[in-house]
Each structure stands twice: as C-alpha cells, then as structure tokens.
Design a protein around this ligand. Structure first.
Ligand code: F6R
Length: 367
C-alpha cells in the first residue's frame, strides 16, 4: 500500500503532481477561461459583501492560511486575517454577520478549529470549509466549502494536503478577484494558465531536487538547530519547512521572514548554523541576496532553494537546490517539494519514525 516507497510520507510527497492536478480538475478550465467552484459561486454575494475574511486553522493548515492571505489580498483585494484557531476562540474575538470565516483542515476533525467555527457561526458569520476528508465534522458544519482532493494522507506530517490547500486557496483568490473586478481578464488568464502548469512543474521539482536533498541531508544528521528564511509568499514556506523538520526529525528549527533576521536571529548565526533560504527569482530576490551576504559574513551554512540557472545566491550558497520558475504567488507550491524532501531524508538518516513521529497524532481531536 506504500506503492514501493519506504514510507507513506515519501509516497505522498511524490503524489503531489497528481493531488494538485486532482484538486484543480473540473474547476480550472483554462480554455474556457473560467474557474468553476460552486461553493464560491453560489455565495458570491456573501464574499463580495464581506468586510473581511478570517481564516482559522492549526499547524500546517495555518501556514496554508497565511499564504491564502497573500493570495486573497493580492488578487481579490479583500482584507484577510489569519488566526490560530486556539487563540481565536479564547480571546472573545470580534465577529460580525458580515464576516466570512474560512476554516482550513486536512482531517476536518481538529477540535480547536471546530470550536472556533462554531463560535463564528453563533455570531452569524458565514462559515466556509477547506477540508480534505469528505464528510468530516468541519465539512458538515460549514455553510459551504471546497474540498481539497489530495486523497487520503496517512503520514502524520502533512505534505500533499498542504499543496492541495494552496491550490484551492489560489483558485478561490482568482475566482473572487475575477468576479469582483479586482483582476483584469488578461491578468486572470495569465494566472490561470500558469496555475495549470503546476502539476508538471511539481513533477520537475521532484526530479530536480530528490537526489540533491538526499545528499544534503547526510551532512546534517547531527545538527541541532536550523533556521529557515523567506520573504513575501515564501515567508510561510519557511515556517512550514521548519515545522516539517521539527516534527519528523526532532531537530529544533525556526522559520522567519528574512528581513526579521537582523532583529534577533542573526545573533544565532555562526559556522554551525544551517540556514535554508527560499530565494526564487520572482519575489524580493535582491533583498534575499543581501540576506545571504549577511549570513555568509557570519559563516552560516546556506542551503539555498533557487530557480534553475540562478547565479547570485548560488555563488554564495554552500548547497544549492534548483526548482522550476513560476509566478511568485504559486512559488510556495513548488518550494514545498524540496523542503519536504530535506526534512524527510534528515529524519530517515536519524532513524526516526517518519510516518508516526513521537507525541503526534494525525488528527488532533482534543484541545
Ligand atoms: C503538520 C501537521 C499538523 C496539522 C494540524 C492541523 O504536519 O500535520 O500541524 O497540520 O494538526 O490539522 P488539520 O489540517 O487536520 O486540521
């Protein structure tokens, strides 16, 4: 059932060209120039009149939510807030009947996310679900929703569910922007054309990063700390890369927006600190070049995730991982691949139980 792979996690990482494709199937119709999503279309008025959208989630799903904020604000020009479900529910949040609350949950059973949604519903907000498990509790209580079609995710560490969540959030952002006029038709067309290429680019990323991440991992088996840095859309990618490493390898890792480095974490950098930096060509590249210079001046070990043919960052980095280029807004979907593989191989070399890390459960049904 692991399809020849040593672990479910590796199988699920390699399934991503298909799971992202499945999540877009029947929705993204490039030739007709439309995105079909009944959950959004049937409630367009709710979305168009929403003063803001609040996204609630936990863990990896919360990281997807952060990227969703960038997507929806950029393309639909609607104000978005992203909250940890556990914090939101216990702080007497201000929720009005005009709000749209989107819950993101792979399992659809996460207790905090469920409780936060119930609270929002009581206050009259419109509640929307992005779940992977069909007919799960969250999917059932929401007013509407869009499933991710990632298929069953068995590995405790979320991989293909994350990229499927990003796919759904991209579709929602573009659809909302098209209907409310925030996106011109030509912008919409060029974005959906690029979105449609993602399964192929994920496949390319698997090919171009598999061997190299496996090699790099060997050098970090004994490492105790890692920093992950990114900017813009890839700041949440850094958080997610760090979470993957923590949960399966038990190595302490932190993700930061690259510009925050000088406000504290830079003090940690010496020759023993590996820093994974996500630096695709599109998206604050020049600023990331300076960040890498600052790291190298302090002898930090740079593992750079860059686009094919990259020069500036690659020239300074200790390790270079090349991924195909895409629009900045979709780059977290591609960048996720080597980050998952790196965490996976480090954990495997450390002899950890990758599919069932200690202390973790696949669905957290208690708070
Ligand atoms: C990380 C991970 C957890 C979950 C979190 C939310 O790899 O699996 O952080 O993302 O427990 O779970 P769902 O999405 O099922 O609500």
């Amino acid at each position: 059932e692991k399809g020849g792979y040593e672990h479910f996690m590796l199988k699920e990482i390699f399934e991503q060209p298909k799971s992202v494709h499945d999540t877009m199937r029947g929705r993204l119709l490039v030739e007709e120039g439309i995105i079909k999503m009944a959950g959004i279309f049937d409630h367009l008025e709710r979305f168009n009149n929403a003063g803001r959208i609040i996204i609630i989630a936990c863990g990896t799903s919360w990281h997807a939510g952060l990227i969703g904020e960038y997507l929806i604000e950029e393309f639909a020009r609607v104000n978005v807030e992203v909250e940890y479900a556990s914090e939101f529910r216990y702080r007497n949040p201000i929720i009005t009947e005009k709000d749209v609350v989107i819950a993101i949950s792979q399992s659809g059973e996460t207790a905090d996310t469920m409780a936060a949604l119930k609270l929002a519903k009581e206050k009259g907000a419109f509640i929307y679900g992005i779940c992977n498990v069909v007919d799960s509790s969250i999917a059932r209580i929401t007013d509407a929703g869009s499933y991710t079609h990632a298929g069953p995710e068995i590995g405790v560490a979320s991989t293909k569910a994350f990229t499927a969540q990003l796919t759904v959030l991209s579709l929602i952002a573009l659809k909302l922007g098209k209907h409310n006029g925030a996106l011109s038709n030509s912008e919409f067309m060029s974005l959906i054309t690029e979105l449609d290429l993602l399964p192929k680019k994920i496949e390319e990323a698997l090919q171009s990063t598999h061997d190299i991440t496996k090699e790099i991992a060997k050098d970090f088996v004994e490492t105790q700390n890692f920093l992950y840095l990114g900017r813009g859309y890839n700041f949440p990618s850094a958080l997610e890369g760090a979470l993957k490493l923590k949960e399966i390898s038990y190595i302490h890792a932190e993700g930061y927006p690259a510009a925050e480095m000088k406000h504290g974490p830079i003090a940690l950098i010496d020759e023993n600190m590996p820093i994974v930096i996500i630096a695709p060509k599109k998206g604050h590249y020049d600023k990331l070049v300076s960040n890498v210079q600052e790291i190298k001046a302090r002898k930090g070990k740079v593992i750079a995730v860059v686009n094919k043919g990259d020069q500036q960052v690659s020239a300074m980095a200790d390790y270079v991982i090349e991924i195909p280029e895409t629009s900045e807004c979709f780059s977290p979907i591609i960048a996720a691949i080597p980050l998952q593989l790196l965490a996976y191989y480090i954990a495997v070399y450390r002899g950890a139980n990758v599919d069932q890390p200690r202390n973790l459960a696949k669905s957290v049904t208690v708070e």
